[in-house]
Write a protein that binds this ligand. Structure first.
Ligand code: PGA
Length: 243
C-alpha cells in the first residue's frame, strides 16, 4: 500500500482577532515542537496569516489559506489569489469547502479552476467534497460525492499537490458524524477515483473523543478540523490520536 503520512489540519474559519490568533498559533507551535507522528497544518483567516505564520515559524506546522481565487491578480474585490497565499507563507489552500459551495455558490468547475490555480502557485490543494443531509437520506451520498470528485479534480494530481477532504455537510459544526462504516464506504469510493498515494482527510465534527476511532479507519489519512481546532489542547489531542 502507498505510504501516506497522516495530516491533521485546522480550519479556523472566520474566527479570531490578532490576540486570539497569536495565542492559538503559539499554543499549537509549542505543542508541535514535541514529538508527534503526523503532519500539522493550520488555516487561519487571511488577516491572521502573517501573525500565525510568524508564531509557527520553526515549529514544523504548515500554514494554509481557506480559499483562493482562480486568477493570478486583477479586479476581484475581496478575493485572494493562490500566488498571494504563497507569498504570505502558505503551502496549502483549502478549496471547495461546503461553506463556500453553499453560501458562495461555488460549482465543481469553479473548484477545479481554483485547484489548478493552487497548483500554478505551487500550493497543495485540499479539495473538499461532501453530501447534504437530504442527499444522504435520499440514498445519493455516494453518487453525489463521486460526481463532485470527478468534477472538481483536474488531471495532473500528484501525491504532493492534492489532498481530498470528505466532509459531509450535515456533519460540519453539528456534533453529528456518519457511522464509521459510512465514512469507510465513502473513502473507499473516493479512493477508487484518485491515486493510491493521495491523502484523504475526514472532516465534520472531529473532536478529541471521536478522533482515534475515525483516524483508525482504512483510507482515512487524517482530519480536517473546524471547531476543535480553535483550542490548542483539543487540536493537539486530535493530532495525538494519529498515534
Ligand atoms: P467542524 O468543521 O470540525 O467544526 O465540524 C469542519 C470543517 O468545516 O472543516
Amino acid at each position: 500500500m502507498a505510504e501516506r503520512k497522516r495530516l491533521v489540519a485546522g480550519n479556523w474559519k472566520m474566527n479570531g482577532g490578532r490576540a486570539d490568533g497569536l495565542a492559538l498559533a503559539r499554543g499549537v507551535a509549542e505543542r508541535a515542537r514535541g514529538s508527534h507522528g503526523c503532519d500539522l497544518l493550520v488555516c487561519p483567516p487571511f488577516t491572521l496569516l502573517a501573525t500565525a505564520g510568524k508564531a509557527l515559524a520553526g515549529s514544523g506546522v504548515a500554514l494554509g489559506g481557506q480559499d483562493c481565487h482562480a486568477a493570478i491578480s486583477g479586479a476581484f474585490t475581496g478575493c485572494i489569489s493562490a500566488e498571494m497565499l504563497k507569498d504570505a507563507g502558505c503551502s496549502h489552500a483549502i478549496v471547495g469547502h461546503s461553506e463556500r459551495r453553499h453560501t458562495c455558490g461555488e460549482t465543481d468547475a469553479d473548484i477545479r479552476a481554483k485547484t489548478l490555480a493552487a497548483w500554478r502557485a505551487g500550493l497543495t490543494a485540499i479539495v473538499c467534497v461532501g453530501e447534504t443531509r437530504a442527499e444522504r437520506e435520499g440514498g445519493r451520498a455516494i453518487s453525489v460525492v463521486e460526481a463532485q470528485t470527478a468534477g472538481s479534480l483536474p488531471d495532473g494530481a500528484t501525491s504532493q499537490n492534492l489532498i481530498v477532504a470528505y466532509e459531509p455537510v450535515w456533519a460540519i459544526g453539528t456534533g453529528l458524524t456518519p457511522t464509521m462504516g459510512d465514512i469507510a464506504e465513502m473513502h473507499a469510493a473516493i479512493r477508487a477515483r484518485i491515486r493510491a498515494d493521495t491523502r484523504m482527510l475526514y472532516g465534520g465534527s472531529v473532536n478529541p473523543k471521536n478522533a482515534a476511532e475515525i483516524l483508525a479507519l482504512e483510507d482515512v489519512d487524517g482530519a480536517l478540523v473546524g471547531g476543535a481546532s480553535l483550542k490548542a489542547d483539543d487540536f493537539w489531542a486530535i493530532a495525538e490520536a494519529c498515534g
